[in-house]
Unconditional design. Structure first.
Length: 360
């Protein structure tokens, strides 16, 4: 019996719906990235996020001076100002504050703007008083991180200190960084920027930011473990009344949803087709039945002491163990592949999963 013939197997799972829910569960985060022309905003955005939002995203005009850039099914939007010149600081400041206030009044917290990256190029003789006033005023409405870009003089803290001294609000963070290696100076400071940004975001936006950024894999993993915990709770509840082994298909939507949630949380650009490929490639071949019994039979092999169980009932504890083993193995595989910058195609991920299971 093949996949197509098996009406009791994966064919009954709505992969498209599960993947869509996984993406929606990330929420959405909106960040203001602003500063004068030539301060390296696009370079910074490209260095932090897994997609070039500012260059390839759709720019939605908010005003003539402000645009919001976003990509479909990507949990980050970037608000940028156009033509940020000294003579227009007051005008643009008021427009930004109006937009922040409008979003703050939206009942959906994922629409809110909570962080602004204000970019200033290192090496200026001094920062204009109007720009300092702009930053200080803006910080009354949104958390501001002043990003000192192109800071190639690593051992020179004078510029950094001068900026800190000019900012009279203590809650404004200042970070010096180099977004990409240049002049023999390796990129640095991006991890600190990501860490501070994540700490300033409310819970409704943390998961979205963690998924979208590519600097701190540990933040992705932390959120992925929460996905596993949620799936384990659901699996435990399903097994509270022991599930007949032959009817174990009831666990599969929970576990497929978990794999989708982990994929989205780790920032992988996959689809509903990927999930089907992953399950089929990992737990069987194209000729496997892929019914509940066949799938769970594969999962049982992950649990020490179970071996090749062929019958009986699945209790809540067993369901939790199966789900935990699957989720943690998947996180481990993705962590290794992301760390090594490996190709992240569905086939490659499925192959890595099979290798991980073989080791176990």
């Amino acid at each position: 019996m093949n996949i197509q013939d098996n009406t009791n197997g994966l064919q009954s799972i709505d992969f498209k719906k599960i993947w869509k829910e996984a993406v929606l569960n990330l929420g959405h985060s909106t960040i203001i990235v602003t500063g004068k022309t030539g301060v390296g905003k696009s370079t910074l955005i490209n260095a932090v996020f897994s997609k070039d939002v500012a260059e390839t995203g759709v720019g939605k005009p908010i005003t003539n001076e402000i645009k919001e850039y976003s990509l479909e099914d990507f949990p980050i939007s970037i608000i940028d100002t156009i033509g940020l010149e000294l003579k227009r600081f007051e005008e643009i400041k008021n427009q930004l504050i109006d937009e922040i206030t409008r979003r703050r009044n939206d009942p959906d917290p994922t629409k809110h703007v909570n962080v602004c990256w204000y970019c200033i190029t290192y090496g200026l003789p001094r920062i204009e008083p109007a720009e300092i006033a702009f930053i200080n005023e803006l910080s009354k409405f949104v958390k501001v991180i002043v990003v000192l870009t192109q800071y190639y003089a690593v051992n020179d803290d004078n510029f950094y200190s001068n900026v800190e001294n000019d900012l009279y609000r203590n809650d404004i963070k200042v970070i010096k960084l180099v977004a990409q290696t240049k002049y023999g100076i390796p990129a640095y400071g991006l991890d600190k920027l990501v860490e501070i940004t994540e700490s300033l975001l409310p819970e409704a936006q943390k998961k979205a930011f963690a998924a979208a950024q590519k600097i701190r894999i540990d933040l992705k993993i932390k959120k992925a473990h929460l996905v596993v915990a949620g799936a384990v709770a659901s699996a435990t509840a399903a097994g509270a009344v022991p599930i007949p082994f032959s009817d174990a298909i009831v666990l599969v939507p929970i576990q497929v949803g978990m794999l989708a949630g982990i994929s989205a949380t780790m920032g992988l650009d996959f689809s509903d087709g990927f999930l089907k490929t992953l399950i089929a490639s990992t737990l069987g071949t194209s000729t496997a039945t892929l019914a509940g019994k066949a799938i769970v039979s594969g999962l049982f092999k992950l649990i020490p002491g179970f071996g090749s169980v062929v019958g009986g009932l699945i209790s809540g504890a067993t369901a939790a163990s199966l789900t935990t083993a699957l989720g943690e193995a998947y996180i481990k595989v993705l962590e290794k592949m992301l760390t090594n910058n490996s190709e992240m195609s569905p086939e490659k991920v499925a192959e890595a999963m099979r290798e991980e299971w073989t080791k176990k």
